[in-house]
Design a binder for this molecule. Structure first.
Ligand code: NAP
Length: 289
């Protein structure tokens, strides 16, 4: 067992923008060391500089990785392992929508790759670095309620549209969280997921034009990224949530997720398929979870 470090360390993906950026700023302001995972170096350095300006040097460090690439996820895990001691919190926040079907270099559908496979792979690879009572937080969406997991065609080769692909990926986040929590058992490490609210961020910029036109008048109702970050920060820091695991939060309130998300057989099938798609096979996984 590693010793608990005096300062908690939190890794957060998608820290360059929107909800992730605000959560990183808030966590650093509350005394944590924050590992910012960003794909865009300039945007990442701007967040790093802001954190250091507000909190002093050494409060954050930057890791660059395009999470659509599994080889970059693997490199990221190696970099974190070699540069950082134990991790107290992982927040899998990075996410995207794409206006058309895109395929990654490794042949994965882009939304599935970034929103589900990357957190699945990264969490598994970093597992050995987690401290006792570490918290794993997956950022999902209320859109998971419309999601279906098409195990026969996860990549949407037969039929793809952005809503289906996004909702599938966000349901996958919830199923992954619940299955992870079951597998973590009584290790003391917890896994929960959160819908951050409807938040005014850049994520909507890539929705199809018609959807953007429909969304436009509603944007006045969207909350700020700072407000959207509250659900993540609550899950990361709240003392009241010690030991709470396998739960879905709507912003800061524990809530029920969709009926389908509680299907544990589906969760196992998705887990197995995610292992195959990421190359974390049954043998390797003995070293992880
Ligand atoms: N906004 C909402 O209303 C809402 C509602 C429910 C759930 N969510 C969830 O909240 C999370 C954060 O989204 P947001 O609304 O804050 O959107 P955002 O402002 O677009 O932020 C998304 C973050 O993910 C990063 N990212 C995207 N693709 C990546 C890749 N291939 N590799 C590495 N990083 C990548 C982005 O990096 P770049 O800066 O390089 O683009 C950015 O930092 C997502 O998981 C989303 O599904 C959002």
């Amino acid at each position: 067992m590693r010793e608990e470090p005096r300062q908690s360390t939190c890794l957060i993906t998608g820290a360059s923008s929107g909800i992730g950026r605000e959560a990183a700023l808030s966590l650093a302001a509350q005394g944590l060391k924050v590992l910012l995972v960003c794909r865009n170096r300039d945007r990442g350095e701007a967040v790093l500089a802001e954190i250091e300006k507000l909190n002093g040097p050494g409060r954050a460090c930057l890791f660059i990785a395009d999470l659509s690439s599994q080889s970059e996820v693997r490199q990221l895990a190696l970099d974190v392992q070699s540069q950082i001691g134990g991790l107290n919190i992982i927040i899998n926040n990075a996410g995207l929508v794409t206006s058309r079907r895109k395929i990654t270099a490794e042949g994965m559908e882009m939304i599935l790759a970034v929103n589900h496979l990357a957190p699945f792979l990264l969490t598994r690879l970093l597992f050995k670095q987690l401290m006792p009572s570490a918290r794993i937080i997956n950022v999902t969406s209320s859109a998971h309620r419309a999601g279906r997991i098409n195990l026969a065609d996860l990549h949407g080769e037969g039929h793809w549209n952005v809503y289906k692909a996004y909702a599938q990926s966000k349901l996958a986040n919830v199923l992954f969280t619940y299955e992870l929590s079951r597998r973590l058992g009584n290790t003391g490490i917890t896994a929960n997921c959160v819908h951050p609210g409807i938040v005014a961020t850049r994520i909507f910029n890539n929705t199809p034009l018609l959807a953007r036109l429909i969304i436009l008048p509603m944007t006045v109702l969207f909350v700020s990224p700072r407000k959207g970050a509250q659900g993540l920060v609550n899950l990361a820091l709240s003392n009241k949530l010690e030991g709470v695991t396998g739960a879905y939060f709507d912003r800061t309130c524990r809530s029920e997720s969709s009926r389908r998300s509680y299907d544990s057989e589906l969760a196992i099938k998705l887990w197995d398929q995610s292992e195959r798609l990421t190359g974390i096979d049954a043998v390797a996984s003995r070293d992880y979870i």
